[in-house]
Design a protein around this ligand. Sequence first.
Ligand SMILES: Cc1cc2nc3c(=O)[nH]c(=O)nc-3n(C[C@H](O)[C@H](O)[C@H](O)COP(=O)(O)OP(=O)(O)OC[C@H]3O[C@@H](n4cnc5c(N)ncnc54)[C@H](O)[C@@H]3O)c2cc1C
Length: 461
Amino acid sequence: MPNLTTPQISELKNGFKGDVILSGDGAYESARKIWNGMIDKRPALIARCAGTPDIVRTVNFARDTGAMLAVRGGGHNIAGNAICDDGVVLDLSGMKAVSVDAGARRATVEGGATLADFDAATQAHGLSTPMGINSTTGVAGLTLGGGFGWLSRKHGMTVDNLESAEVVTAAGEVVRASAKQHPDLFWALRGGSGNFGVVSRFEFRLHPLGPEVLTGLVVYPIAEAKAVLRKYDDFVAQAPDDLTVWSVLRLAPPLPFLRPEFHGKGIVVLAIFYAGDPKQGESLIAPLRTLGTVLGEHIGVQPYAAWQQTFDPLLTPGARNYWKSHNFSTLKDGLFDAVLASIATLPGPECEIFFGGIGGATTRPAADSTAYAHRDARYVMNVHGRWQDPADDARCVGWARDFFKASAPFASGGVYVNFLTADEGDRVANAYGPNYERLARVKRQYDPGNLFRVNQNIKPS
Ligand SMILES: Cc1cc2nc3c(=O)[nH]c(=O)nc-3n(C[C@H](O)[C@H](O)[C@H](O)COP(=O)(O)OP(=O)(O)OC[C@H]3O[C@@H](n4cnc5c(N)ncnc54)[C@H](O)[C@@H]3O)c2cc1C
């Protein structure tokens, strides 16, 4: 890769409305940090864009100089694809505007917005659309990989609610992709990750929600995990689309509603979200409080935007993180044994295994209706290794890999592209599943030189 010269950088800066940050600048060290503290890369420059013309300028610059180009939305990607060594980072963190047309139930969201930005703007009108469960996540990367969260059983994947996108292509052209304009590109953006261009703006369909919703946590002892998980799977299989329940296995954090003697002990947590009328939800969720010996519970009506931030304190940026993930269409008994063995060897208090319950509306579209293909998934499992001290790297990574292997026989074969780590190049084909070939053809059309390759990469066919 060529070294960037001072005249080239001056040329980029000329007319650039945002900031061009270079190594040695005061802002450089914080600008190169991303959510996963294990990623430590030093780009040649960070182009913090202030608008679409800056994006066009940066794309043209990277293409014409032959520099590696990484695109940063919210910077949450576990594989560290928001950043690269030596090349150019096109940083969208200065473009976070969200505007809502409440009458038309549409939101227009800039490419650097986080879920917190999205929730604040949309919930002001009692509207929302499926997004993730941690408010500092970027809307862009989440959407481009598929996107799921508390509203997905009711309204589908995030991409099922995407109406259009403004995209800067590898050629530096600004195009609008929708069902009618550049339909192949629009199809590919809905699950094909950052392979097809820089999305400067997304347009989402919105749905009425809350603002008050029924949510909560119920905590069971790990000793009862097998029975609780079995009943949980049965319950979820017949639950209405309004109701979403995730299960999390870990050591108990010092939750205020848990007695101190349970802190640090193995637990199964059911995280419950009801998207309908809270009064109707209460009777529906009642069985979830009778699956075993309840150690503690905290259930009530609260603003959706607050629930969206409930897990933020456990997911703060900067920690070391290593994930492994499988999709499941059902939870089987052998899997529970593997889960229990893994929880018995947890390497630290921040590590956990979760089963994110999707299904419902996410399973109804055909697998080829969007680039996101995993319409058979009812659970997205993530073994979330998380720790602070680099000395624990091998132990925590090894633990995550062990459970990944032990749980593989029970998985459906697919994997969520947004949960792949940097060392899983061999699983990229599984992440795009049966849609890979078509994605490779669209890639050839819009990015034949593979300019956008710092991602779970699709090679132009
Ligand atoms: C704590 C945490 C919780 C999470 N919870 C969920 C969840 O509930 N549901 C879920 O679906 N996912 C979840 N994820 C996964 C999340 O979807 C991915 O990490 C996603 O990549 C984050 O997007 P980002 O914009 O923050 O990431 P970035 O690291 O900035 O980008 C991710 C990828 O997208 C590309 N990209 C980013 N912005 C653009 C753009 N505007 N145009 C083109 N390409 C772009 C990047 O180049 C990169 O390849 C979670 C992740 C974390 C760390």
